[in-house]
Design a binder for this molecule. Structure first.
Ligand SMILES: Cc1cc2nc3c(=O)[nH]c(=O)nc-3n(C[C@H](O)[C@H](O)[C@H](O)COP(=O)(O)O)c2cc1C
Length: 254
């Protein structure tokens, strides 16, 4: 069984890739979040994988918060449990957060992997050129091929990128993350056609259409940027996104 969270497709692509080698069933955490389903029946599962993006050198906030609430029913003692963290360049300490959350549920994380893929953090950084993105995705396939073999063979391995200091990650989590999650920076321009895709993709169900324009109904969001990247008219912006471009993984259906 593979549980994945994805806003712009990288993590979904990894989940599908691993499933193509292991034949493990895939479940979308985005769908679970949206529908409020908080339990998973793991009966008979040989492997349990969590595939999710890295935000601020840590496991994506919405994922860590949601996993705290999820109950893994009938998980066999022999089940191999692993995390795959997709990121632009550095997976930070996302594995430790996942290990702690699962540990509180009596589940041991056997393996952790970082897959570097094109970065969707356009609040500050420009997206790569099309050539560079294609190169990056091809390299990610090589990495995934190796990791999928490890996962199929249930290897206890830690294949994370070089970790930033724990102190640094704690500082970021305490001081930067809360402001990062504030929705007040989002704006909607006149390109908006009121299609409602942003409302559909928001994993926290906090976007609603008012007079055919998106409105954020809470102060904090997942900061997954799904609404921004997937808007068909590029009408949603935040930070420097208007000049930094958009990203959607081209090899996956969202
Ligand atoms: C709020 C936010 C913070 C991010 N922080 C990091 C980071 O600390 N390190 C990194 O390498 N990539 C970072 N990224 C990039 C994403 O981890 C990366 O693009 C990921 O593959 C996106 O996954 P998805 O396409 O499944 O949503 C960040 C992206 C967002 C939206």
């Amino acid at each position: 069984m593979i549980l994945y969270f994805s806003a712009t497709g990288n993590s979904k692509y990894c989940a599908e890739y691993i499933s193509s080698r292991t034949s493990d069933e895939i479940i979308s955490l985005n769908d679970m979040m949206k529908t409020g389903v908080c339990s998973v029946n793991c009966e008979g599962a040989e492997r349990l994988g969590i595939v999710a993006p890295v935000y601020d050198w840590d496991l994506a906030y919405a994922v860590s918060e949601f996993l705290e609430r999820v109950s893994f029913e009938n998980l066999p003692d022999t089940c191999y449990v692993y995390g795959v963290f997709t990121c632009g360049s550095n997976g930070g300490r996302a594995d430790e957060t996942l290990r702690d959350i699962l540990g509180r549920k009596g589940i041991t994380l056997n393996a952790a992997f970082t897959v570097s893929m094109p970065d969707n953090y356009v609040l500050m950084f420009r997206t790569a050129s099309p050539d560079r993105k294609a190169e990056h995705l091809a390299k990610a396939d090589d990495t995934l091929s190796e990791f999928a073999e490890d996962i199929a063979a249930k290897k206890d391995v830690q294949k994370m990128t070089r970790k930033p200091s724990r102190f640094f990650v704690r500082l970021i989590r305490k001081f930067f993350m809360p402001s990062q999650r504030k929705v007040k920076g989002f704006s909607v321009n006149d390109n908006c056609i009121g299609c409602g895709l942003c409302e559909q993709v928001c994993p926290m169900n906090i976007i609603t259409l008012k007079d055919k324009r998106p409105v954020w109904t809470r102060d904090e969001c997942a900061c997954c940027l799904g609404c921004l990247h997937r808007c068909p008219k590029q009408a949603i912006n935040r930070g420097k996104s208007a000049k930094n471009g958009r990203y959607i993984n081209p090899n996956v259906k969202l």
